[in-house]
Design a protein around this ligand. Structure first.
Ligand code: GLN
Length: 539
């Protein structure tokens, strides 16, 4: 083994490992994404990856109410919502290699054991699982200048130990100048004594050291702005130089964080440590975005999001980001309420009257669906703007079919044995309803009807969007659906699957079987969302 070496013929990828201490949920993902964004602004070719400690194989089976949004990549991986931050901050399309959960690694090791690949050896966490983890990291890093690895959870968690050991060993093998460890900690503020406390952060650094890793950079998150003097303590007790400490108070917008990292020259410290020769970051785009975000806007649009997973606002993170970005582009303020779909069912559609437009996002199962159908039907009837995403298309089709005379129109997801399932299960999905990784996932092409609303919005008749669903429009009921005022405006190229529908003679009634929110970016908002927002402004 050659320390600090590597293959001389190949460019040495530099690694940045981002870990967390004190508590989870303080924005480690945003911090990692922001470092990536600033390094990209320096002209570096950056990749980024999330390594999670869960024994799930992927995020597809995780309950969104508990875990937040399940983000889908082009290649169909069901991932943690941090991948969404990464794609939006780095303005790049990631792949399944950017999201690795312990379960995926363990399954692979156990499969290899069954296949006899370990040749009679005892199979153990160290070295076998750790080595497999390192392979995931190094494979994802290939060909990039910098590879950022965010390790999920907080250091010290029993279940995260393997990943921490994997990145420790990797750092030892790759050498001091090829790896930077960034530890994201939290600074609580004590109201009674009016001071920020560093003790939890100190202990968090100690936890990392106990695992054999000394941080190179400490990022300290806090609710409000901590005094610069706090860096003295963090530096002394955390064992990193003053200039390697970044203070990250809550920002008005998450898109300020890259600028905050750059202002504190954290990126500069990292590239110097890693001995990367780069130009200064070109932050023009980030400055422009933040200027746009903070501009005074006199106009507002008010949207009701009729959904069912309302306990956790992270469930629809990409939807909200797509709405926000579209509003910035249209110079309008976004106001939105979460409207419980079951409440619509109970209290009636009049609770939707106060909104300029209604959005129904994705969802699973039967709870709340009737309320969503009512919301879609109400918009179809009254001309109120409607944007439907995945389940939002399915409920709109049911509402259309009912309006077209098929009174009991339903979805097989709600009534599996109904003969009036205008939404039915795709033939290759039958029997897989409870299984992971089996939905229609990832990018698929669609052909749009020329001159349709969607073709006009996309400015194209050939589009690709990301998918995550099992159910589908049943074209047997096309007549009734169309009689209800809807047209099928986009289909799979072979004409078998419905991808887009819209209403004729309507202000804006558009729905897609896909999840366009995953492709929206802060500086290039998705055309369907932009069209929706424009329709609310012009009403
Ligand atoms: N539950 C529906 C399906 O499986 C919709 C899925 C979704 O909204 N992502 O087809």
């Amino acid at each position: 083994m050659q320390l600090g070496g590597g293959d001389m013929k190949m460019k040495q990828t530099k690694y940045i490992f981002v870990t967390g201490g004190v508590l989870s949920g303080v924005g480690k993902g945003i911090s990692a994404a922001s470092i990536g964004a600033v390094l990209k602004a320096r002209g570096l070719n950056v990749n980024i990856q999330k390594c999670d400690q869960y024994l799930n194989v992927d995020a597809g089976t995780l309950n969104p109410a508990e875990h937040g949004e399940c983000f889908v990549t082009n290649d169909g991986a069901e991932t943690d919502l941090d991948l969404g931050h990464y794609e939006r901050f780095l303005d790049t399309d990631l792949t399944s290699s950017s999201s690795v959960m312990s379960g995926r690694v363990l399954r692979q090791v156990i499969d290899d054991e069954r296949a006899g690949k370990y040749l009679g050896k005892t199979v153990q966490i160290v070295p076998h699982v750790i080595t497999a983890m390192q392979e995931h990291i190094e494979n994802a890093a290939k060909g990039f200048d910098v590879h950022i690895v965010e390790v999920g959870g907080t250091v010290g968690d029993i279940e995260g130990q393997s990943w921490i050991e994997a990145i420790r060993e990797l750092g030892f093998r790759l050498g001091y100048r090829n790896c930077a460890y960034v530890h994201v900690v939290y600074l609580p503020y004590l109201g009674a004594s009016k001071e920020f406390k560093t003790k939890p952060a100190q202990n968090a650094v100690k936890d990392l050291r106990n695992a054999g890793i000394s941080p190179n950079v400490i990022l300290a998150r806090s609710e409000s702005v901590a005094p610069d003097s706090i860096k003295n303590k963090l530096s002394l007790y955390g064992g990193v130089p003053h200039e390697a400490i970044g203070l990250l108070p809550n920002a008005k917008s998450i898109y300020e964080v890259p600028l905050s990292i750059a202002n504190q020259k954290i990126d500069e410290y990292i590239v110097q440590h890693l001995e990367i020769k780069t130009k200064k970051p070109n932050l023009k785009q980030w400055k422009q975005l933040n200027k746009t975000i903070s501009e005074d806007r006199s106009q507002s649009v008010k949207i009701g999001i009729v959904a069912k997973y309302l306990d956790n606002e992270d469930t629809y993170f990409s939807v909200i980001e797509a709405l926000r970005a579209s509003c910035w582009s249209q110079k309008t303020n976004l106001e939105f309420d979460w409207v419980n779909a079951e409440k619509v069912e109970k209290d009636g559609v009049q609770i939707l009257e106060k909104y300029d437009g209604i959005l129904v996002p994705g969802g699973f199962g039967s709870r709340g669906v009737e309320g969503m159908i009512m919301a879609a039907g109400y918009c179809l009837e009254t001309g109120k703007s409607y944007l439907g995403l995945c389940l939002g298309l399915q409920v709109a089709v049911i509402a259309g079919a009912r309006r077209g005379g098929l009174k009991d129109a339903t979805s097989a997801e709600i009534h599996p044995s109904s003969k009036k399932s205008v939404i039915y299960i795709m033939s290759d999905q039958k029997g897989k309803e409870e299984t992971g990784g089996t939905m229609r996932l990832g990018e698929y092409k669609a052909s749009l009807v020329p001159k349709s609303k969607v073709a006009e919005l996309y400015k194209n008749t050939k589009v690709t969007e990301r998918h995550r669903h099992r159910y589908e429009v049943n074209l047997k009921f096309r007549k009734q659906i169309e009689k209800g005022g809807l047209v099928i405006s986009g289909q799979s190229p072979d004409g078998t699957l419905v991808e887009f529908i819209e209403a004729q003679n309507h202000n804006f009634f558009v729905a897609t079987q896909a999840h366009p929110e995953f492709k929206s970016r802060p500086t290039s908002p998705h055309p369907l969302f932009v069209g929706f927002i424009k329709s609310l402004k012009n009403k």
